[in-house]
Design a protein around this ligand. Structure first.
Ligand code: FES
Length: 336
């Protein structure tokens, strides 16, 4: 039996098999909704089931309040009946927008004890369109993929810069740190994701944890180049000072009076740098978030805590946008 899935307040309707996730069915039908890990870890694919019944397994990215409000994770929800869903956003996939190509390592720069910046160049004459804040897949020889966000703005379209943190025991990041060198090739598919700046007049809070700075750097650089006229705060958190490579945000702050940079350390006390969890420092400065838009990128536990606490502080839930990066260890812990 095939079930029918309709999107509330739209003419979009598509089939979904009983053993198929709603996310897979959305994508097979040629549409895109927000997603990242596909494993119930990051919470990015969270959305409503307005009517109908689903079977969901695993995944701890939903709070009790989410469940009470009819929210599910589309990546692990399978239909038991026809459904009407209300995703946070949905759009037609552009079949020509995504490319698979070979990128060459142009430069690898160590930026922190456990972070390198990997600069890849596309083949001569090839330009790739992407939106600031999107990510790519590195395609490994064993068929696995790794997601990394572009840190450069889309105007620099002849290559990409990726911020890669060494994950202890992580096969790909260990390879990057020990073997990958200038001139080597990597297969990539680009672009993915909808962690992009939304049109609005509202002031913006950017909140980054560690290398979650990468997509936010792309968004801010792109917005500043386009002459954005909104107040912006960047809160960037790391465990230690060595994890903050602050030249770029300090340059933005010096050149743009409406941009402020607040570095935050959780494990070290440093004069002139705020101490604590980055999203809590945001709340200490802005106890009411009613008039803001927020863009948050980091590990799932950070993005989920930020969403919960920011909405509790008055941020409209539709003004919260997150990109949660999930490691292989997170996925393994989430089960099959
Ligand atoms: Fe569904 Fe991450 S994509 S929880």
């Amino acid at each position: 039996m095939t079930f029918s899935v309709s999107v509330q307040n739209s003419a979009i309707r598509f089939p979904c098999q009983p053993n198929e996730s709603v996310l897979d069915a959305v994508q097979r039908a040629g549409y895109e909704v927000p997603f990242s890990c596909r494993k119930g870890v990051c919470g990015t694919c969270k959305g409503c089931v307005v009517s109908g019944e689903v079977r969901a397994y695993g995944g701890d990215a939903l709070s009790a309040a989410d469940r009470a409000a009819g929210q599910v994770l589309y990546c692990n929800a399978r239909p038991r009946s026809d459904l009407v869903i209300a995703p946070r956003s949905i759009g037609k996939t552009d079949p020509f927008a995504r490319k698979t190509l070979t990128a060459r390592v142009f430069r690898i720069t160590q930026r922190a004890e456990d972070v390198v910046h990997l600069h890849l160049r596309f083949p001569a004459g090839v330009r790739v369109k992407f939106k600031a804040g999107q990510h790519l897949n590195v395609m490994l020889k064993n068929g696995e993929r790794r997601d990394f966000s572009m840190a450069n703005p889309p105007a620099e379209s002849d290559g990409v810069q990726l911020h890669i943190r060494h994950v202890p025991g992580g096969a790909f990041t260990s390879y990057v740190f020990t073997e990958l060198k200038r001139g080597d090739n990597l297969q990539v598919e680009i672009p993915f994701g909808d962690f992009i700046l939304r049109d609005s007049d509202k002031p913006i809070l950017f909140v980054a944890g560690s290398t979650g700075f990468a997509p936010i750097a792309s968004i801010i650089e792109d917005a500043l180049r386009k002459g954005i006229r909104r107040d912006m705060w960047l809160y960037w958190g790391a465990r230690r000072k060595s994890g903050l490579y602050s030249e770029l945000p300090r340059k933005w702050q010096a050149q743009h009076p409406r941009f402020r940079y607040i570095p935050v350390l959780s494990d070290e006390d440093e004069p002139g740098i705020r101490h604590g969890l980055v999203h809590q420092v945001v709340l200490a400065d802005h106890p009411s978030l009613a008039g803001f838009q927020a863009y948050v990128c980091g590990v799932p536990v950070m993005t989920q805590a930020a969403q919960r606490d920011f909405v509790a502080a008055g941020l409209p839930s539709g003004e919260f946008f997150a990109d949660a990066f999930v490691t292989r260890a997170d996925l393994a812990a989430a089960g099959p």
